[in-house]
Design a binder for this molecule. Sequence first.
Ligand code: SF4
Ligand code: SF4
Length: 183
Amino acid sequence: MQESPKQEQEICVQCGFCCDGTLFSHATLQPGERVNLPPKLEQHYVQYDTGDYFKQPCAYFAGCCTIYDQPRLHICSSFRCQLLRNVEAQTMLPSQAVQTVRDMVQLRANIYQLYRQIFGQGAPADFISLRDTVAEVAQALPADDPARDDINRLALKCIMLNYWLTKTFKPSRPENQPEKVIC
Ligand code: SF4
Ligand code: SF4
């Protein structure tokens, strides 16, 4: 198991976006990993033309990885988001990275709060599902619907957060590296 530097762990422990369905809907399995998946990942296994995956939010994520001490899948031990890469490259201070994560967490919390205010019920557990749900509702709304302005405002916030998440966390990967996860 690859150990992350301590400063990276301090950033990740406040985040979890790459495991909780905020950034990705699926995680990639390497050839041969399917045969020995932890039980909850086996339950969320899917196969597409592009390969083998397990769905996210990860069933082992509960504020942090709950199987961190077990032998890990390649994707779990190797993935490092662009934020961590920036810290490693010293183009961003660890304290700036922590603040960035906090800002994104706050933005996401604001979106969930607004969702509950508008719909009066709990939102989908993961941000990708919430984002897609809001976009579908906004698109289907009649022009004279009284909730239209509120829902459009929520949809706009989701688009903004998605933009910042992509810009901040998704690796601008070199072409010779396999894609890690899809969304
Ligand atoms: S998205 Fe980046 S900072 Fe957040 S938990 Fe994953 S690797 Fe860590
Ligand atoms: S097993 Fe752990 S590190 Fe891997 S996706 Fe799930 S929560 Fe994240």
